[in-house]
Write a protein that binds this ligand. Structure first.
Ligand code: RP5
Length: 207
């Protein structure tokens, strides 16, 4: 096994179901990664050491997922020049809007590449890290291209299935039920016009 090139950090073990999506994508692209829990607020020293040593240890990108006042990605980014990808997690009573703003709204000079909230964001973080690795790794670049082709094919298959479902003939009405529906009565206005030849008075209008 070769050395990890991507680090996945999360603020709590409660973030794992979301952050596993990032790991799954890295596995799909054959990228070695490591994963740990480190919190900007609860274990600040660990975050500092991890960020400062990441480049020396051979990491090429760091994915950081956190919820609530999600400072993890920003704090990591302030201690390394490696690209940091932030995943805001919707674990708070504010449904992640707090984490989204805390992760995305970095002041000028210290960027965090912020993904969308939750599992889709974690998945995109894995893909984005792969895209960074792919700039210097042709194998990963090719896998990313295959992934796009497969995604396109999946969508087309779903579209075909949808057409097959929606163009199926509608169930026929039983003849008896159709016969039981009374013919539509002509309105008073139409009956008046036929009898007198004049347009019918409009209710509520002076004649
Ligand atoms: C954040 O606080 C974590 O990233 C997590 O999303 C949130 C809640 O953590 P727990 O209270 O579940 O450990 O730091």
């Amino acid at each position: 096994m070769s050395k990890p090139v991507v680090g996945i950090l999360m603020g709590s073990d409660s973030d794992l179901p979301v952050m596993q999506e990032a790991a799954a994508m890295l596995q799909e692209f054959g990228i070695e990664y490591e994963m740990t829990i480190a919190s900007a607020h609860r274990t600040p020293k660990k975050v500092l050491e991890y960020s400062q040593n990441a480049e020396k240890r051979g990491l090429k990108a760091i994915i950081a997922g956190a919820g609530w006042a999600a400072h993890l990605a920003g704090v990591i980014a302030s201690h390394t020049t490696l690209p940091v990808i932030g995943v805001p997690i919707d674990s708070s009573p504010l449904k992640g809007i707090d984490a989204l703003l805390a992760t995305a709204q970095m002041p000028g000079g210290i960027p965090v590449a912020t993904m969308s909230l939750g599992k889709a964001g974690a998945r995109n973080a894995g893909i984005f890290a792969a895209q960074i690795i792919a700039t210097a790794d042709v194998k990963v670049a090719n896998r990313l291209k295959v992934y796009r082709v497969e995604m396109e094919r999946d969508v087309e298959e779903k579209a075909k299935r949808l057409i097959a479902i929606t163009s199926a003939p509608a169930p026929k009405e039983p003849a008896a039920a159709a016969a039981a529906v009374p013919a539509k009565k002509k309105s008073r206005r139409r009956r008046w016009k036929k009898k007198s030849g004049a347009p019918a008075p409009v209710p509520g209008q002076a004649t």
